[in-house]
Design a protein. Structure first.
Length: 337
């Protein structure tokens, strides 16, 4: 598994750019930018190098951690997936490209698309001294228009970007994304009900077009969750001193909530169940909420089943769990279809 912390090469490049930057100014700019992003306003408020740096300080670590967690889940299900080419859509400062490069040593060709020139400039500065990413291609313009002219890639990532466009345009972009994907597409969104809804709509559209889910779902059927519940996960990351200053935070860590889906063109063999929430460890049993091939299930693993109980104690929110891992545990199926 790849660490959720920014790689050393990226940290060094960021630190070099941050020399002389006013942390208080960056904090105020980051607060405004983050508010606009949460409201679905996109990157329009990022207009200068300082804006881009403030955004990178505030959001790059958490975005990287969420993308890495999604990539780790993908690799766990498809350990032999070795893409040669990457398309990073809505690339911003290049966060997903750094993550993909860490997860897949096989990647040789990197193409990034984004409409924000300040973020493009920052991304290229961060890549400049990289031994692996110094030769990336970064195209500036609207993603859908650029995609129509861009060569297909083995692996496409769209992280924290489909929420920036309207529903009609999103469906068209989804179609184009899939048309340019020769193997696997990963989409990551904020772990909010709205982010989940966007993921589910894209998932349904692409399954109808012949795609197959790699993760997190153990099936290609409709999501069994019913409102107000929604599928999302959490990744903890450590905050640097600069990160804490810009976020105005005292706690040395941050928990990034995210939703994601990885889809591929080839059907997959049996996929594992997924832990959908923190397990509840009681004196008599462990209770785990799982998404299984048959739907939602609450697994009850009694303490008397010592081997199964010891195994279940290691389950964490977001983990892939083989059906056999629960042994002879009691289970209660929840039909939400």
């Amino acid at each position: 598994m790849v660490s959720p912390d920014l790689p050393a090469e990226l940290k060094a490049a960021l630190n070099a750019k941050l020399e002389g930057l006013s942390r208080s100014d960056a904090a105020s700019r980051a607060a405004v930018i983050s508010k606009v992003y949460r409201e679905g306003g996109g990157s329009g408020t990022i207009k200068s190098e300082t804006d881009a740096l403030a955004y990178a300080l505030a959001r790059m670590p958490a975005t990287y951690a969420a993308v890495i967690a999604s990539l780790n889940a993908l690799v766990e299900i498809r350990p032999n997936f070795a893409p040669n080419s990457l398309l990073d859509i809505g690339a911003g400062p290049g966060t997903a490209t750094w993550a993909a490069a860490e997860a897949f040593p096989s990647l040789q060709h990197f193409t990034l698309l984004d409409a924000n020139d300040a973020l493009q400039t920052l991304a290229q500065a961060l890549f400049r001294d990289s031994t692996r990413l110094g030769g990336v291609v970064y195209q500036l313009g609207q993603a859908r228009a650029l995609l129509a002219e861009t060569e297909a890639a083995d692996f496409i990532v769209a992280s924290y970007m489909i929420g920036e466009i309207g529903d009609a345009d999103r469906a068209a972009l989804t179609e184009t994304l899939w048309a340019r994907t020769t193997d696997t597409l990963l989409v990551v969104e904020p772990g909010t009900p709205a982010g989940y809804a966007r993921i589910i709509a894209l998932r349904a559209q692409l399954i109808a077009a012949g795609a197959h889910v790699v993760a997190p779902c153990p099936h290609d059927g409709a999501c069994p969750l019913a409102a107000p519940d929604w599928c999302h996960f959490s990744q903890r990351l450590q905050r640097s001193r600069a990160h804490k200053q810009v976020k105005g935070a005292e706690v040395p860590f941050e928990d990034e909530r995210f939703a994601y889906v990885a889809l591929t063109r080839a059907p997959l063999p049996q996929r594992p169940s997924r832990v959908l929430a923190q397990t509840l460890v009681g004196k008599a049993e462990i209770s785990a909420k799982l998404c299984t091939r048959e739907g939602l299930a609450v697994k009850k693993i009694p303490r008397r089943a010592k081997a199964d109980y010891a195994l279940a104690r290691r389950w964490r929110w977001g983990d892939a769990v083989q059906a056999s891992d629960a042994g002879h545990s009691e289970s209660k199926e929840i039909n939400s279809h």
